[in-house]
Design a binder for this molecule. Sequence first.
Ligand SMILES: Nc1nc2c(ncn2[C@@H]2O[C@H](COP(=O)(O)OP(=O)(O)OP(=O)(O)O)[C@@H](O)[C@H]2O)c(=O)[nH]1
Ligand SMILES: [Mg+2]
Length: 282
Amino acid sequence: MPRSVWYPGHMAKGKRVIHEIISKLDIVVEVRDSRAPASTSSPLIKSIAKIKPVIHVLSHKDLADSEKLNLWLKELKFTYPADLRNKSGISLIRAALMKFRPEHRELRLAVVGIPNVGKSLLLNALINKSSAVVGNLPGVTKSVSFYRNSGMLIVDSPGILDPHAEKGAHLVLSWLGCAKAEVVGGFENAALMLIKFLTLKKLYELLPVEYINDELPELTLERIGKKTGCLISGGRVNTELAGRKFIEAFSSGRLGPVCLELPGEEAAIKFGEHEEAIDVVQ
Ligand SMILES: Nc1nc2c(ncn2[C@@H]2O[C@H](COP(=O)(O)OP(=O)(O)OP(=O)(O)O)[C@@H](O)[C@H]2O)c(=O)[nH]1
Ligand SMILES: [Mg+2]
């Protein structure tokens, strides 16, 4: 099966439009997720940073392991952690942005990032209005749109992924709800890889069962399935549903705070053995 990723037309178009309007902006805000500050970086940000000032917002601070997040904050420049649901961190971000406002007009900025990191929620907080649509699925914003208030003209943009990224990068994103699980072989596969990852990192507290078999993630998923009522006839476990429930609990923070990677680490995960599971999802 050919190697492919989730890269629907609205992402390609969004990328093109951002590049078209970039020269008219004063600054760009990149949103990443505090739980994986490297894996959730935007594939566009390096080229944008060559031509415009950029500040970085690390969303989901409320769901991140605070000690590990602090290591990232020491490492990264122009970076602001935020709990966007509670609007904590917004005044510092606004103050940092307003330094780039020209005297004669409002500040023009764009919010960019991969899917589901909180771009639209940040935009709403900055303009003090619930104008942009927010939703807990990747791919809610499908086009570039403009919003205005509080001395700012802000461009919201669709979440854009790197179509050439490693499979491991997409796995991490699927655990956080930033990429579709179908791309990495479905929820069962994404969950098995997450169990494997958490076991390798000895993050047992994030696994919602007591007995964990280090060698057999399938057994752990089965136990999770039994515990969460994912049973089918004959007392067997619906492993796809169990995987879905586990991934949803993990990504929503119900299993506890987490930071999947540390500064200096190359990537959160590199598993090559399931390459054949990759497929196109539109
Ligand atoms: N707990 C928590 N949830 C957040 C935070 N930021 C965003 N969310 C949630 O993440 C989900 C995605 O938020 P959006 O603002 O729609 O994300 P987006 O980046 O615009 O997503 P796309 O338009 O799909 O690319 C929503 O359910 C938000 O409530 C945060 O700091 N903490
Ligand atoms: Mg959005």
